[in-house]
Design a binder for this molecule. Structure first.
Ligand SMILES: *[C@@H]1O[C@H](CO)[C@@H](O)[C@H](O)[C@H]1NC(C)=O
Ligand SMILES: *[C@@H]1O[C@H](CO)[C@@H](O)[C@H](O)[C@H]1NC(C)=O
Length: 268
C-alpha cells in the first residue's frame, strides 16, 4: 500500500471533496455501536504501510492533516481508517484499541494496543479495515516477533473504540501553511476523549461575535472572508456531547502561517 498511499497524500484535497459529497449524498447507515466506547471487540482486517518501524506515510502526516505522527502523542501508533472509522474526517484523532489473537497469527500476543486515526484508507478490503503504520501493526506481536507478524502483510484482528487520553497535553491549534488575512485554516489536535470536534467558531478581537468555521478536510477548519480578518482570534470548540470550550485570544494578532498556538483548554 506504500505507493498507493504516497499518491493518496498528493490527492488528499481532491479525494476529500469527492468523499465528502459522495458520502453525504448517500447518507450511509453506519453501525455506530461498533465505534462507541468499550463495545465488544469487533472483527476487522489489518494491513500496514510505510516503513516497518515508521508512522505510516513517509512525511509522517496523512489525510487528517496531523504532522509529526512519529512523535508524541502519536508516537507512530497510527492508522488509516476506512469510511465507517474515518467518517469523512470526523474520525480523525479518535482512538482505538487493536489486538490480534493466536488463531489470527501465531506471532500475535493478544494484548490490546491503542492507535489513533490519522489517515484515510482508500482501498478497504473489509467492512472495517485498519491500514496501520508498520509500528502499530508490529505492536500486536509477541516480544521479538514484530517483523514476523509484519511479514504476514494482512491479518484478521479485532478493535474497539476507546476515549483518547493525552496526559499533560492541552488542545493545540496549528495555523496551516497558506493561511492569509482572507483565509484562515486551523488544524485542531489533541482533544481528549472523542479526539475530534463537531464545530469550531472564531471570534475576531473582542468583537463579541462568534462566526462558524467550516470543516475543510481532516481535522482542519477554515474561515474564508471577503475582508481581512483581524486578530487576535479566540476559538470556541464543541465536542460531540455538545460541550464547548473557549480558547481566548489563542491566536495572536501577529500570527504566522505554519505555526502552533497551544491553548490552556482540554476536554476532561
Ligand atoms: C452492530 O455492531 C455490533 C458490534 O459489532 C453488533 O453486535 C450488532 O449486531 C451490529 N448491529 C447491526 C444492526 O449490524
Ligand atoms: C465532551 O467534553 C466533556 C467535558 O470535558 C466530556 O465529559 C465528554 O466526555 C466529551 N464528549 C465526547 C464525546 O468526547
Amino acid at each position: 500500500m506504500a505507493t498507493l498511499s504516497l499518491k493518496a497524500v498528493a490527492l488528499v484535497a481532491l479525494f476529500s471533496v469527492l468523499v465528502t459529497y459522495g458520502a453525504r449524498a448517500q447518507q450511509p447507515d453506519y453501525n455506530t455501536s461498533a465505534t462507541s466506547y468499550y463495545s465488544d471487540w469487533v472483527p476487522a482486517k489489518a494491513t500496514w504501510y510505510g516503513a516497518p518501524n515508521g508512522a505510516g506515510p513517509d512525511d509522517n502526516g496523512g489525510a487528517c492533516g496531523f504532522k509529526h505522527t512519529n512523535q508524541y502523542p502519536f508516537s507512530s501508533m497510527t492508522s488509516c481508517g476506512n469510511e465507517p472509522i474515518f467518517k469523512d474526517g470526523k474520525g480523525c484523532g479518535s482512538c482505538y484499541q487493536i489486538r490480534c489473537l493466536k488463531n489470527n497469527h501465531p506471532a500475535c500476543s493478544g494484548e490490546a494496543k491503542t492507535v489513533m486515526i490519522t489517515d484515510m484508507n482508500y482501498y478497504p478490503v473489509a467492512k472495517y479495515h485498519f491500514d496501520l503504520s508498520g509500528t502499530a501493526f508490529g505492536s500486536m506481536a509477541l516480544p521479538g516477533l514484530n517483523d514476523k507478524l509484519r511479514h504476514a502483510g494482512i491479518i484478521d484482528m479485532e478493535f474497539r473504540r476507546v476515549p483518547c487520553n493525552f496526559p499533560g497535553l492541552t488542545i493545540n491549534f496549528h495555523v496551516e501553511h497558506g493561511s492569509n488575512p482572507m483565509y484562515l485554516a486551523v488544524l485542531v489536535e489533541y482533544e481528549n476523549k472523542d479526539g475530534d470536534v463537531v464545530q469550531v467558531d472564531l471570534m475576531e478581537g473582542n468583537s463579541g461575535y462568534w462566526e462558524p468555521m467550516r470543516e475543510s478536510w481532516g481535522s482542519i477548519w477554515r474561515m474564508d472572508s471577503n475582508r481581512p480578518l483581524k486578530g487576535p482570534f479566540s476559538l470556541r470548540i464543541t465536542n460531540e456531547s455538545g460541550k464547548t470550550l473557549v480558547a481566548n485570544n489563542v491566536i495572536p494578532a501577529d500570527w504566522k502561517p505554519n505555526t502552533d498556538y497551544r491553548s490552556f483548554i482540554q476536554f476532561n
